[in-house]
Write a protein that binds this ligand. Structure first.
Ligand code: SDX
Length: 431
């Protein structure tokens, strides 16, 4: 079968060059322009990477027009209601759903890695009590490479796998420790008899003074939220992890870079910003005023939790979370949350407003997730940490996929230079 190609013609000098068209399993093909500069002497320009594929990946597929999200081919709607989070973590990392034996073995391996080196408690004590938990998470995860010298041999598949397991296992422990540091309570050690989500809730809410057993509804809601946030193709934080990893940096430093990128309010930081926005709006009667602010080009205010670079339809994760909100708020004692009613009203008004309809701006994964986190007793400054706990699975899966590819090269974009022409140094006496 003849190779499919695309011809690029330079209308300035009339030259044309052909470039191969790469096709995936599903989704749009991509023209391979890696030889363009050598052939034609110019770069492509795509700030924000609106139409640029950075890699081949078999992990996650998104169809933004139709609101489709697949993890290794499985629809998110099925995984969210049928699988456990570690089952999905295994799927993302290894490419197939585990059988019973594989899942038990994987759960045991992750459980065995949940404890932290005792010296990390000194690191945590170095943070002021009111340090943002994302700052603590970013710093402590990046410091893990100081404890596992052998694991930073990124060319050894054995150490790549152990590092992936350590990160999946230890990020929840660090996250819960950051929360305990914030509230001045003692850090709770992980319990090997608890499942992943229940263990996280235990480390967050237990104290040495009394028994604590995580509630089944809370564990179920957390399991679902972790699955929904586990991966999302080449989003900003995952692309950050890949770019950092392309230089051969150790996996702990790469995931710390991903955490830093996720923290931004345009990305994972939006879930915390949504609750702040809903609190600021306060009442349904103020919604029109804030909708107008979101539409005003001179006003930096945006409707947080709305819009998406890829989804030009309802984010399938937001749909699922909205449904779970109803269930959790009905079943959790005292979790009656006026902010959820406000969010529903805000969504209803925005989705009928021409500005949002025209720009295909729908609620995204961050719009409702904070409502559930609040109902579970998780404070706002921990919302993006929750996102990072789940997304660690996606980050280590993409890092592993990239590092296992013998064709992997350092990522090094070019630019359009718009600085000064060459000029000579001027002595300070003449400036
Ligand atoms: C996540 O990439 C991923 O997959 C991310 C994520 C993941 O799982 O990893 O899905 C998680 O990060 C979800 C997004 C969370 N962020 C927010 O909710 C912040 C609010 N949303 C926006 O900042 C924005 O929608 C982005 C950042 C999400 C997407 O930005 P784009 O793709 O660069 O779109 P844009 O800024 O070019 O907006 C297009 C138009 C503009 O208006 P015009 O210039 O055409 O007139 O839509 C407007 C924007 O002003 N717009 C909004 C808006 N989002 C876009 N206007 C008001 N409120 C908004 N939220």
């Amino acid at each position: 079968m003849t190779e499919k190609t695309v011809t690029i013609t330079n209308n300035v000098d009339g030259t044309s060059h052909e470039y191969p068209l790469h096709e995936g399993t599903i989704g749009p093909p991509a023209v391979d322009i890696s030889a363009l500069y050598r052939d034609a002497g110019f770069f492509t320009y795509d700030p924000g990477f609106m139409a640029t594929a950075s890699c081949h990946s078999a992990i996650t597929y998104i169809d933004g027009e139709h609101g489709v999200l697949l993890y290794r081919g499985y629809p998110i709607e099925q995984l969210a209601t049928k699988a456990s989070f570690l089952e999905v973590a295994y799927l993302l990392l290894y490419g197939e759903l585990p059988n019973e034996r594989e899942l038990v073995s994987f759960e045991r391996v992750i459980t065995q890695h949940t404890m932290l080196n005792e010296n990390l408690k000194n690191f945590l004590d170095g943070f002021h009590y009111d340090a943002h938990p994302m700052a603590i998470l970013c710093g402590v995860v990046g410091s893990l490479s100081a404890f596992y010298h052998e694991s930073i041999d990124v060319n050894d598949p054995h150490y790549r796998e152990i590092s992936a397991h350590r990160l999946i296992a230890k990020v929840p422990t660090i996250a819960a420790a950051a929360y305990k540091h914030n509230i001045g309570e003692p850090i709770m050690y992980p319990r090997n008899d608890l499942r992943y989500g229940a263990n996280f809730l235990y480390m967050m809410f237990a104290t040495p003074c009394e028994d604590y057993e995580p509630g089944l509804l809370a564990e179920k809601a957390l399991n679902l939220l972790f699955i929904l946030h586990a991966d999302h193709e080449q989003n900003a934080s995952t692309s950050t992890v890949r770019l950092a990893g392309s230089s051969g940096a150790n996996p702990f430093a790469c995931v710390a870079a991903g955490i830093a990128s996720l923290w931004g309010p345009a990305h994972g930081g939006a879930n915390e910003a949504v609750l702040d926005m809903l609190t600021q709006i306060g009442d349904v009667s103020s919604v029109p005023k804030f909708i107008d602010k979101a539409k005003d080009k001179d006003d930096p205010f945006r409707l947080m939790g709305f819009g998406h670079r890829v989804y030009k339809n309802y984010d399938p994760r937001a749909k699922i979370i909205r449904e779970v909100c109803h269930q959790v708020l009905e079943e959790m004692p005292g979790a009656d949350n006026p902010l959820f009613e406000l969010a529903l009203e805000l969504e209803e008004i925005a989705l009928h407003d021409e500005y949002f309809v025209e720009r295909k701006l729908y609620p995204n994964v961050d719009f409702y997730s904070g409502i559930i986190y609040s109902a579970l007793g998780i404070p706002r400054n921990m919302f993006t940490v929750m996102f990072a706990v789940a997304r660690t699975v996606g980050w280590v899966s993409h890092w592993t996929e990239m590092m296992s590819d013998p064709g992997n090269r350092i990522g090094r974009p070019r630019q359009i230079y718009c600085g000064p022409e060459p000029r000579d140094y001027v002595p300070i006496s003449k400036r």
